[in-house]
Design a protein around this ligand. Structure first.
Ligand SMILES: *[C@@H]1O[C@H](CO)[C@@H](O)[C@H](O)[C@H]1NC(C)=O
Ligand SMILES: *[C@@H]1O[C@H](CO)[C@@H](O)[C@H](O)[C@H]1NC(C)=O
Ligand SMILES: [Zn+2]
Length: 465
């Protein structure tokens, strides 16, 4: 909406750009920054004219939510389905309308680029995902994609000229819904050889191969292409993701902006015990080796080992516990557990995993069952936000007069994997009661606009660094 911008605000913003650029090189101004407590203090009042077209953004969020396989208000958008393909087209179209040049890689990560004045410098990137697990909401991920495109619009309208190129990324399949792999697109971008190899033989629940599914959506049909998705370390000078908090803290405390200092390190484990089973009446207690009770004991051991860490940041969950044959009059002959454990401290989390392993072995021995599987499915390191990006996010919030809170992301995001190849930071906005992954998921237009403003200003600062 260019009409909203008076000539004077444009001039002011152009001079703000000049101040930012200047600030970077001039040591005297640096001293002034330190003195004032936050950089570009002078331009403080001007920055409020960074104006988000909140109505259009909300309309886009609503429209995108209509590409769904379940009825509103729920959203279901699964990788490479017809609705996913339509949603991708919608995103590419918006990127084009914002003047970005669009490209896609072999698995459908989408990139929209605004060329900076110095093409020799690595770009600053931002983005998130738009896939949605069955019966979820319309803000998870979406705010970080549509919001990023709007952040580009905000900067364009303000007359800003990037020095480093700016890129908006829509990542393929952050959710594990179809192929059981979370953050598929960003893991590959970060160069996961293991995943590239696994995808050659990965099938979904309907026995459709990853390669066939991606081909049907217009992407790679050749598994040799998968490694072309890998990016070199240093491809980006910074990556910033805007996301709903998916927790209640910001809303409870009435704080509009969360600045993420670290993303917890997730790990998941599959365990299987096997015993002899038998008739629930005929086999007497001393003669049993009950695989179900071994699983129950291990579940309690998981809780104990997590609590032993002594840190509130260590968590562990047995989210799946299955018994075979699953009949009331049959002693379980097989049990299957899936354990999720996370921490911001990798070593501490690995200690928990080791203790769980030791417990599984000793429980099996004590109960005379076989530990037929103990498989660490993934064991990802945590990611710390980069100091320079934290500084840019904090300074942007202050300049926009938005209070912020430093916080940890306990859920993980594409940023966890981008951190392997780029300095990383994340901006959180409040969401209603912390709800996510259900239709009640909600963030207000105002909170979204605030997030977009902080993102836009952060990108501007990073682009000039
Ligand atoms: C899955 O498909 C492959 C190849 O088409 C086939 O060989 C295999 O038997 C199928 N598996 C199941 C469980 O249907
Ligand atoms: C900044 O925020 C405070 C507290 O919310 C408010 O009282 C003040 O008027 C705001 N100032 C500007 C310039 O927006
Ligand atoms: Zn998400």
């Amino acid at each position: 909406m260019p009409l909203r911008f008076s000539l004077s605000s444009l001039i002011v913003l152009c001079s703000f750009t000049a101040i930012l650029a200047h600030n970077n090189e001039d040591p005297t101004i640096k001293t002034m920054e330190d003195f004032s407590g936050y950089p570009i203090h002078e331009s403080h009042s001007h920055l409020s004219s960074l104006s988000v077209d909140a109505q259009s953004l909300q309309k886009q969020i609503d429209e995108l939510s209509s590409f769904s396989d379940t009825p509103a208000p729920s959203v279901t958008r699964v990788l490479y389905t017809e609705k996913d393909v339509l949603a991708r087209r919608f995103i590419k179209n918006l990127m084009g309308l914002s003047g970005l040049s669009v490209r896609e890689d072999a698995v459908g990560n989408i990139f929209g680029r605004w060329e900076g004045s110095n093409p020799e410098l690595s770009a600053v990137a931002t983005g998130s995902h738009i896939d949605a697990i069955p019966y979820s909401g319309k803000y998870d991920g979406v705010v970080g994609v549509l919001g990023a495109i709007e952040a580009i619009n905000v900067l364009t309208r303000s007359g800003f000229k990037p020095k480093r190129s700016l890129e908006v990324i829509m990542f393929t399949s952050e959710e594990p819904t179809r192929f059981g792999i979370s953050c598929l697109g960003s893991r590959l971008m970060a160069g996961s050889e293991t995943l590239a190899e696994a995808l050659k033989t990965t099938v979904d629940g309907q026995n459709i191969s990853f390669l066939d599914a991606s081909q049907s959506a217009g992407y790679t049909k050749d598994h040799n292409d998968i490694s072309s998705v890998f990016l070199k370390k240093g491809s980006y000078s910074a990556f910033v993701e805007l996301h709903i908090e998916q927790g209640p803290l910001l809303e409870e405390e009435g704080i509009p902006i969360g600045i993420v200092t670290a993303i917890a390190a997730p790990a998941s484990i599959k365990v299987e015990f096997q015993g002899n089973g038998g008739h629930a009446g005929a086999v007497l207690m001393p003669n049993r080796n009950d695989a179900g009770l071994a699983a129950a004991e291990l579940a309690l051991a998981v809780e104990r080992h997590v609590l032993e860490s002594g840190s509130i940041d260590t968590v562990g969950t047995v989210g799946i516990l299955e018994l075979h044959p699953g009949a009331i009059n049959s002693i379980p002959s097989k049990s299957h557990l899936e354990i999720d454990t996370r921490d911001i401290d990798e070593e501490r989390r690995n200690t928990v995993i080791e203790k769980i392993h030791q417990s599984a072995i000793s429980i099996a021995r004590k109960r005379r069952v076989t530990l037929s599987e103990f498989k660490i499915v993934n064991q990802d390191p945590p990611a710390l936000s980069e100091k320079s990006i934290l500084d840019a996010m904090v300074a942007s919030s202050k300049e926009l007069n938005l209070t912020h809170k430093l916080m940890i992301s306990r859920a993980y995001h594409d940023s966890l994997f981008m951190a392997r190849i780029s300095p990383m930071g994340m901006i959180f906005i409040p969401c209603y009661k912390g709800y996510s992954h259900k239709p009640e998921e909600y963030s207000s237009t105002e909170d979204i606009s605030n997030g977009v403003k902080v993102l836009a200003l952060t990108l501007a600062k990073l682009s000039l660094q």
